[in-house]
Write a protein that binds this ligand. Structure first.
Ligand code: ADP
Length: 493
């Protein structure tokens, strides 16, 4: 199917179709033209020949004596046809000589005419050798004119027959059509062999041409694929020639330029907005904390202030996440890489997560914690595992469980975080790492979140040259697997 979706294949097939149609039209017309020319020439030869024979024998054939029946037939013919006033005369011994001359004429000519001449009494005057015992016959022989028909001899050979009669003789002149049919058959066979060959050659040529002309398009789509949000300052290789491809490249480059301008604007806006929001949020938070210290507050006001305080903390964390993402996009975020004993980092976090989980009676267990060291930024790695574990607690119902393991596999540290939570539908899995994406589930709506945690987690993993994967089953739980390359110290202890 993929083959047919390629322009190259479709162009080649169209091309082949046109070539095939042209070849068929050309072949058909050549065949038809050759056939009619051959037939026409044969007819002309037969006519000439019959005229020659007729003119040649007439003066001598006058001398053949006529039987009564023949005379009657001749009279009828003369009555029905306007004619000159020549009359039959008596024959003599000269006649033998006539047939010799005809014979010589035929012998000298390399053609294969069949000739049969009858006198008016229907007695054979001459019959060519190549006819053998076969006799040529025709019912309706025209008087003093020539008739041409395609017919068969008694022994089944196809012939073109010319017949004519005058006052003295009936002439039958025929040419076997085998030669003509053989020429036409050869022509047809040659076409049958050459046409597919020409078609294959033209298809190869068509494919090559299509390939050559679409090569720049391939190069263009490869270059365009390399351009992402991170390198919008790149441009497609400009084509100096002002052809279709050149104009397409220019249009693409203009479009990328417009995209880049919008992206820069958007980034600037996010950076400004999160920066501007940070200070007032910190002030609000501080002021609420001061207000909460007041012992004279009524219960309801205290609850209200506490709730506003929680929301402010949430808002601050969203703003912080946004700031991190904006910085990561700009490449402004600096990582402080060091040899980090990842097992220690995880052991620390597990304690915090146990406290978090205790509220929902969630069991947090560590199955295995190999003492491994990775090259990384301690704070960022903490943020990464805290995000995944915080999600595990958030999306696991009461009395559930979370299992953590760290082990070495193929020169990497593999951290597995498995929960028995609500799970993620299969089709949503590729999207959960996108910014602001939250799985649209009713249960999910009750759980607070911004949809930024996993996109930051992915960015941290990639900055450490690692990978993050997830497998999940709805209502059964999810497993996040983070793979990070081990540091030199771990590899050579
Ligand atoms: P949020 O702040 O919404 O948790 P994240 O980026 O951390 O944002 O996660 C994106 C989405 O992925 C979540 O909204 C949730 O639907 C889904 N998700 C993440 N972790 C889990 C998990 N352990 N179990 C079920 N769903 C999860």
């Amino acid at each position: 199917m993929k083959l047919f979706s390629s322009i190259r294949t479709r162009l080649t097939l169209w091309y082949a179709m046109f070539v095939a149609a042209t070849l068929m039209a050309f072949g058909g017309s050549t065949y038809w033209f050759t056939r009619s020319t051959l037939e026409e020439n044969l007819d002309i030869s037969l006519r000439n020949e019959i005229e020659w024979v007729s003119a040649f024998i007439e003066p001598k054939a006058r001398k053949v004596p006529l039987k009564r029946a023949a005379l009657k037939e001749l009279q009828q013919l003369q009555e029905s046809t306007p004619q000159d006033d020549t009359e039959p005369q008596e024959g003599d011994a000269e006649i033998d000589e006539i047939w010799n001359e005809i014979y010589q004429h035929l012998l000298l000519s390399p053609r294969k005419q069949l000739i049969q001449i009858l006198d008016r009494n229907n007695d054979v005057l001459y019959i060519s050798h190549n006819l053998g015992t076969v006799r040529l016959q025709h019912e309706d022989i025209p008087y003093r004119s020539i008739k041409l028909v395609t017919t068969q001899t008694e022994d089944g050979r196809q012939i073109r027959l010319a017949v004519s009669q005058n006052d003295f003789v009936k002439i039958f002149l025929a040419y076997p059509l085998e030669d003509l049919n053989q020429v036409l058959g050869n022509l047809f066979f040659t076409f049958l062999v050459l046409a597919p060959l020409a078609l294959v050659i033209s298809m190869v040529g068509g494919w090559f041409l299509a390939h050559q002309s679409l090569k720049p398009v391939d190069a263009l789509s490869r270059a365009a694929r390399e351009i992402s949000a991170q390198n919008l300052n790149q441009r497609l290789p400009a084509n100096t020639v002002d052809d279709e491809i050149g104009r397409l490249t220019a249009t693409f480059n203009e479009m990328i330029g417009r995209l880049q301008a919008s992206f820069v604007q958007l980034k600037q806006f996010s950076a400004d907005a999160s920066h501007e929001l940070r200070t007032p949020l910190t002030i609000i938070r501080g002021e609420i904390e001061v207000a909460l210290r007041n012992k004279r507050l009524t219960m309801s006001v205290r609850e209200l202030l506490q709730s506003v305080h929680d929301e402010t903390i949430r808002l601050s964390s969203i703003v912080e996440s946004l700031m991190s993402l904006v910085k990561s996009d700009d490449g402004r975020m600096v990582f402080e890489f060091d040899a980090i004993p990842i097992s220690h980092v995880l052991a620390d976090i597990v304690e915090d997560v146990r406290i978090l989980g205790a509220e929902k009676n969630i069991r947090v267990e560590v199955n295995r914690l190999d003492p491994l060291v990775v090259e990384g930024d301690r704070n960022r790695l903490r943020q990464l595992f805290l995000t995944i574990l915080d999600n595990a607690v958030k999306y696991t119902p009461d009395h559930g469980s979370i299992n953590i393991s760290l082990e070495r596999r193929n020169g990497s540290a593999v951290v597995k975080i498995q929960d028995s939570g609500i799970g993620i539908p299969q089709r949503e899995l590729p999207r959960i790492f996108q910014r602001f994406y939250r799985v649209p589930q009713t249960q999910n709506k009750m759980i607070r979140g911004s949809g930024l945690g996993l996109s930051i987690a992915k960015w941290i993993v990639e900055a450490h040259h690692g990978t993050i994967e997830v497998t999940s089953k709805t209502q059964k739980g999810s497993t996040f697997i983070v793979t990070l390359p081990l540091s030199e110290t771990s590899l050579n202890p």
